[in-house]
Design a protein around this ligand. Structure first.
Ligand code: HEM
Length: 409
């Protein structure tokens, strides 16, 4: 087993690719951090089931975040190993608030200086890999998760290649935007020889302080509560059923404890939406906008009863929630959506939307859900522009690093 120090030094020793003043110099004799957990913190890099799962997948959204997709230009498997060790080590440091020791003035600083100490702590990070990583570059073709494919064009899509796919996807969450910027630059500093950024999306959300008795505070930019009907992330049995790949799923052994991640960057035509009647908006979603209750019900936590509403008189048959989850035993997913607002497009329209992310044991669960949603009335107000299908790696274990089971098995 690797020790954490071994993990860090191993990464530095391995890599010319990792740049001058890399991890070895950067991580010895670290200054200590305050031990106060940031609000909405994930359980820590190795906090879920002794590190066997990535904690960021279960963590509720933080106020700010980003999605960063990279291409790897590592020359061989060894450099890829060094890269993943470096990414893991940085994530662990950034989650602890510990700082790399300052380097000599004659060297580029070990930290970008944007923040320091506990203020620099990220709440969570999640790392996943795309189908392209399993091409012929690193000898990984035989290890590709069974269902992982490049995201195909789905109903209503207008995919922009500049915002789609990637070898590696990083999802960061933090309480402040500068923490995300700081963390991204720290990770990129340590991997600049091997990871090239492909696309980047800044996100934000209203953090949901769980549990709030079933009251979701998070809303998407269409004004509706988002996440209400999510399966409870604190229920291990449910997460085993819904999220984590397990033995017997027909997946390579290294993938157990990982999860299929579907990412859809969905632009919303918010001006159009804001001119739509509330009745129409609620019929499209199937829920009351104010308190999030299913149409015809009182409470957000009420379960829609489709059996007693076969003609869709209360909740239309083509309402988003009814199609997404007909409550007929169809498999579920865990959604982790974030809002984005990128300014204005060339025609003066606001460029806003939802970075939809779902985690599921089988990619087919996402595909089936998407298929049921094809042609839904919501499509008039949204267009998916990017994202990709990825496989979120199993956790780092108690002493290892992200991707170890994939790259060393
Ligand atoms: C911009 C696009 C989207 C918007 C605005 C949106 C909005 C919503 C809203 C307001 C809810 C109800 C509250 C909740 O349970 O979270 C919901 C539920 C849900 N959505 Fe979406 N959604 C979008 C895209 C998608 C996509 C792409 C999928 C999957 C392919 C999806 C799957 C689901 C599922 C499974 C539910 C839970 C339904 C239930 O269990 O009752 N959504 N969505």
């Amino acid at each position: 087993m690797l020790t954490r120090r071994g993990l860090l030094t191993g990464a530095a020793a391995g890599g010319a690719a990792l740049g001058a003043g890399g991890l070895l110099a950067g991580c010895t004799n670290r200054s200590t951090a305050a031990d106060v957990a940031p609000p909405n913190a994930a359980e820590g890099f190795r906090g879920v089931r002794d590190g066997a799962r990535q904690a960021g997948i279960l963590a509720a959204g933080s106020a700010y975040g980003l999605l960063a997709s990279f291409r790897t230009v590592a020359e061989d498997r060894g450099e890829l190993v060094d890269t993943m060790r470096a990414v893991s080590a940085e994530i662990e440091l950034l989650g602890s608030g510990e700082r790399p020791e300052p380097l000599e003035l004659g060297l580029p600083p070990s930290d970008n200086g944007v923040l320091d100490g506990v203020t620099a702590r990220i709440n969570s990070a999640t790392v996943s890999v795309g189908a392209s990583l399993f091409d012929d570059r690193y000898g990984l073709a035989e290890r590709k998760p069974a269902e992982l494919v490049p995201m195909t064009r789905l109903a209503n899509d207008r995919l922009d290649p500049a915002r789609t796919h990637g070898d590696l996807l990083l999802v960061l969450q933090a309480a402040h935007p500068d923490v995300c910027v700081h963390a991204l630059r720290r990770i990129m500093r340590e991997t600049r020889g091997t990871l090239v950024m492909h696309w980047l999306l800044d996100t934000f959300t209203r953090p949901d302080e769980q549990p709030l008795g079933g009251q979701t505070k998070t809303r998407n930019l269409m004004g509706f509560k988002d996440g209400t009907a999510n399966p409870g992330a604190a229920q291990d049995d449910l997460m085993d059923e819904v999220v984590w790949v397990r033995d017997g799923d027909g997946e390579p052994a290294w993938a157990i404890g990982g999860s299929y991640q579907a990412v859809r960057i969905i632009r919303m035509f918010v001006e159009h939406w804001d001119r739509t009647t509330l009745r129409e908006q609620e019929a499209i979603m199937g829920r009351h906008r104010g308190n999030g209750a299913p149409l015809g019900d009182e409470e957000e936590t009420d379960i829609p009863n489709y059996v007693d509403d076969p003609a869709g008189e209360t909740i239309p048959l083509d309402a988003h929630i009814r199609l997404a989850n007909p409550r007929d035993g169809s498999p579920l997913m865990l959604r982790r959506g974030f809002n984005f607002a990128r300014g204005v497009d060339g025609s003066g329209q606001l460029d806003q939307g939802l970075a939809f992310i779902s985690y599921q044991r089988r990619l087919d669960t996402f595909l089936q859900t998407q298929e049921r949603l094809a042609g839904e009335p919501l499509e008039e107000y949204v267009v998916p522009e990017g994202g990709g299908f990825f496989f979120a790696l199993p956790g780092p274990g108690t002493e290892g690093w992200l991707g170890q089971s994939l790259l060393e098995s």
